[in-house]
Design a protein around this ligand. Structure first.
Ligand code: PLP
Length: 375
């Protein structure tokens, strides 16, 4: 098989081998339904409890504030829809650079009669507290601002934003899907009421995640049915995936500082490599960003073309565009940060992970330099 240089870790990550090993036993041996009272289900019940406790420690919450979901999209949908439908207040505030899991959920609530207000961001992709101050009012029910952006990596001043929301009687949700397992998170220090996470972004399995809900936050259940997840998210738990998620999260959290140092070095190598090759590019995002997340816009280029040419060379990256079956458009994030027009189309995202090496980075630099110089 051709060697693949995977540099798209913001899209998904490889399952951690220890997480995989721990999951195996729950598929074929310990498969008892954790809701059943007999002793055969003791292992699965204990595994669920342990996983919830491990995850809670990783984000500084209480275990009963962790609700397992199918991933980031579900957690985001639940936080917004589950909360606003209990409120008299009608306004939902989010940022213009949220993931579609938030933006499309807000659109759907707008169609039901809620008012949606999208906050601008700076050229670095940051929501300044003053932007929120100027739009929040006594009808604001919820403010949802992502902790770190998936396309450009910018990290938001969440605790300040949350305090503003609270001072106006609104709750604060953060989509932390890109951040959990990659930067230190303490829900108490962040002052958030809800936080979404997804295991496949931190070397856990795909199709599992969680929503942190601060005790006392009034939400409608996401699923009606059995009594699982405190009757808030019914359905027999995917114990294997939950166990895998907790192990992957703990491993990532235990090595956050080490991974950050390693990834920042790789990033520097990448950027200085592009500079030395004489390429004309802009780096997008803020100084305070997710380690390894590098969004760059090359002048007069085409991100789609770059993606496909790199693919032929065995390199996986993303573009700064959103595609549907008919057309390709510059993404809402790249538009929101005002990337100059002659650079917009040439935007790509290289998201490095802890398995990438200096050789990988050197190969990415030489491949891109080759493509851009011959075009
Ligand atoms: N939110 C953000 C910021 C994301 O990056 C993603 C996935 O890319 C999601 C939500 C959706 O997560 P999931 O794939 O687990 O549904």
């Amino acid at each position: 098989m051709k060697k693949i240089i995977y540099a798209d870790h913001a899209a998904t990550t490889k399952l951690d081998i220890d997480a995989f090993d721990a999951m195996k036993g729950f598929w074929v041996d310990s498969y008892g339904n954790p809701s059943q009272p007999y002793s055969f289900s003791r292992d699965t019940k204990k595994a669920l409890k342990d996983a919830r406790e491990t995850i809670a420690v990783c984000i500084g919450s209480d275990p009963d504030e962790i609700y397992f979901t199918s991933g980031g999209t579900e957690s985001d949908n639940w936080a917004l829809k589950g909360f606003v439908k209990k409120q008299k207040r009608k306004q939902i505030i989010a940022s213009a650079i949220e993931h579609h899991a938030i933006l499309h959920t807000a659109d759907s609530l707008e169609r039901e009669g809620y008012e949606v207000c999208l906050l601008d961001v700076t050229k670095e992709g940051v929501v300044l507290p003053s932007f929120l101050e100027s739009r929040i009012n006594n009808d604001s029910a919820i403010v949802s601002i992502m902790l770190a952006n998936n396309e450009i990596g910018s990290i938001q001043p969440i605790s300040e934003l949350a305090e503003i929301a609270h001072s106006h009687g609104a709750v604060f949700h953060t989509d932390a899907v890109q951040a959990v397992g990659h930067i230190e998170i303490d829900v108490k220090k962040l002052h958030v009421d809800m936080l979404s996470a997804s295991a496949h972004k931190f070397n856990g399995p795909r199709g599992i995640g969680f929503l942190y809900v601060k005790n006392g936050t009034d939400l409608f259940p996401f699923m009606d049915g059995g009594y699982q997840e405190q009757s808030m998210r019914a359905g027999t738990e995917n114990v294997a995936a939950i166990v895998g998620m907790s192990i992957a999260l703990k491993k990532n959290v235990d090595s956050i500082s080490e991974n950050r140092r390693y990834l920042l070095n790789l990033e520097n190598q990448l950027i200085s490599g592009f500079k030395q090759s004489g390429l004309d590019f802009i780096r997008n995002g803020a100084e305070n960003h997710l380690p390894g997340n590098v969004s760059i816009s090359f002048k007069d280029s085409d991100g789609e073309m770059l993606l496909h040419r790199l693919d032929l060379m065995g390199i996986c990256i993303s573009t700064g565009s959103a595609c549907d079956s008919k057309n390709t458009q510059v993404s809402h994030v790249i538009r929101a940060i005002d990337v100059p027009e002659d650079y917009q189309n040439g935007t790509i995202r290289i998201s490095l992970g802890k398995d990438n090496t200096a050789e990988d980075v050197a190969y990415i630099v030489s491949s891109l330099s080759h493509i851009l110089k011959v075009n």
